[in-house]
Design a protein around this ligand. Structure first.
Ligand code: BG6
Length: 494
């Protein structure tokens, strides 16, 4: 496609950024909050970093919202901590927990920033995990529904955009990473049973939102990584399609249509997998009509054919001219992921591919015809202050500029997208790399090492907020509703 103009973003487009409670808040033992499973991960599982302090948003939220307003935000996507709101098995709602989120929501509303709120972002309360054994037990469905209803009841007058479960697909595909597979003895089978329970939790949240929140809209948050075929060899095309199915499409199909696709049902049958679907479950899923998709998209992957006798699991590829650390999963007989020689990679081997967001949103639009909001995208990097205490993150500006332009081109292509919320506003904890992998438009003046040395004592930590160069660049772009790119973009108009 060739366009002779820069993309035009719709009036009222949501420009903001994104976070998750456990990665940004800190204050883990304050306001009555009890531990979440992810806190334990962050203490024991390396390279996870301790989230006791994180970005200390818990104490800095007013300053953070003021900075968002200064930047020109019209939206902010964040998550609620279940164990801050319901700290124990007696289901007693914490007034202090509600007060914290009411304070944050009121502050956003006062600055004309629309809250977009995730109900669940990896932080199951430890008490839920202990009582039910995590996601394995159907009893969690009722507990999750109760929690969602508390949220809708208390925040639904001001929060109209809700997100159910963050990256359910990635939690299943990489079950070990975020602890979802804990306690499983046969993950091959149990992942589908857990996934089914999560689908029912999602469905309950969707239905309750529509019943309880006047004008409320709700959607799921798939982590979307488009899969390009390695070559035009037909086998590689099918391998890429298989990868697409098994990492994201199965989930998106289920959310959009409220039923499992033939593809996954046949796969279960062929492999003797019983996902334990009970009478009434499919009706519940069907009744949960989502309003939009929230899309997390950082990069693309490349897929290819994998012979049925290929070695399973991750392997290390040492392609010449490419970083030597790339790890790609192989699923024998289904697909293998591989290196893409046409893109560069971040320090953490993530493909730097601004076009992936255009591909992802076009693909999603073609399949589901539902509006989308981008709830994550971004560039993780090692960063340090220079001698003047500034952070010159020109690589992030380049990445954001090209990505947002591609998103604009998707809109020009006819895709309905109503907002862009990159990860993240301030630096916050990366899932596995703590503060070492920074994503923010605003630098947080702390490091994992300083936090350890200070024994997580806030009185010994600066936690200052420093606007990065990307903050100023993004501010100009969003205040002009996506017109002031800071440079000539005509070479991108295709
Ligand atoms: C998304 C998650 O998948 O990726 C976030 O929703 C996460 O929680 C983000 O932080 C970036 O990944 P990472 O591993 O670099 O923190």
């Amino acid at each position: 496609m060739y366009y002779d103009h820069n993309p035009v973003f719709p009036k009222g487009f949501f420009w903001g950024a994104s976070s998750a409670a456990w990665q940004v808040e800190g204050g883990v033992a304050e306001g009555g909050r009890t531990p979440a499973i992810i806190d334990l991960n962050s203490k024991k599982k390396k390279p996870f970093a301790d989230n006791t302090v994180a970005a200390d948003h818990y104490h800095h939220y007013k300053e953070d919202v003021a900075l968002m307003a200064e930047c020109g935000f019209t939206s902010y996507r964040f998550s609620l901590s279940w164990s801050r709101i319901i700290p124990g098995p007696d289901r007693k709602v914490s007034e202090e927990g509600l007060a914290f989120y009411n304070g944050l929501i009121n502050e956003l509303v006062a600055h004309n920033i629309t809250p977009i709120v995730t109900l669940y972002h990896y932080d199951m309360p430890v008490w839920v995990d202990e009582k039910y054994g995590g996601w394995h037990n159907r009893a969690i469905i009722d507990e999750f529904e109760y929690y969602c209803k508390v949220c809708f009841e208390n925040f639904g007058d001001r929060v109209k955009y809700w997100l159910s479960i963050n990256e359910q697909n990635m939690q299943i595909v990489y079950g070990d990473w975020l602890g979802v597979s804990k306690g499983c003895t046969n993950w091959f089978v149990e992942q589908w049973q857990i996934n089914h329970i999560m689908n029912l939790c999602h469905a309950k949240a969707v239905i309750a939102c529509h019943e309880m929140v006047e004008g409320g809209k709700i959607g799921p948050v798939p982590g979307y990584v488009p899969i390009y075929p390695e070559t035009c060899r037909p086998e590689d095309q099918i391998g890429a399609m298989n990868a697409e199915e098994f990492t994201e499409k199965i989930w998106c199909d289920t959310y959009a249509y409220g039923e499992y696709s033939n593809f996954v049902k046949k796969y279960w049958k062929d492999n003797g997998i019983d996902p334990k679907i009970l009478p009434g479950d499919e009706e519940l899923m069907k009744a949960a009509k989502i309003d939009f998709f929230a899309v997390n998209c950082y990069r693309s992957n490349t897929g290819k054919f994998a012979p049925h006798d290929a070695e399973a699991g991750a392997y290390i590829l040492n392609a010449s001219g490419v970083k030597g650390n790339l790890k790609f999963p192989t699923v024998p007989g289904v697909y293998a992921l591989t290196v893409n020689p046409y893109v560069e990679y971040t320090d953490w081997d993530w493909e730097i591919d601004p076009s992936s967001i255009r591909y992802a949103t076009r693909y999603m639009w073609d399949h589901y015809h539902l509006p989308m909001v981008i709830t994550e995208n971004g560039f993780g990097a090692h960063e340090h202050k220079d001698a003047e205490g500034k952070i010159h993150d020109e690589y992030r500006i380049k990445f954001l500029r090209e990505t947002i332009y591609q998103l604009g081109l998707a809109i020009e292509d006819g895709v309905e997208i109503f907002g862009y919320n990159p990860w993240s506003f301030t630096d916050l904890l990366s899932t596995g790399n703590g503060m070492a992998k920074r994503y923010g438009l605003v630098y947080i003046d702390t490091t994992d090492e300083e936090q350890v040395a200070a024994n997580y004592d806030l009185s010994k930590l600066s936690m200052g907020r420093i606007r990065k160069d990307s903050f100023y660049w993004y501010s100009k772009l969003i205040k002009s509703n996506g017109q002031d790119w800071g440079t000539d973009m005509s070479h991108y108009q295709k």
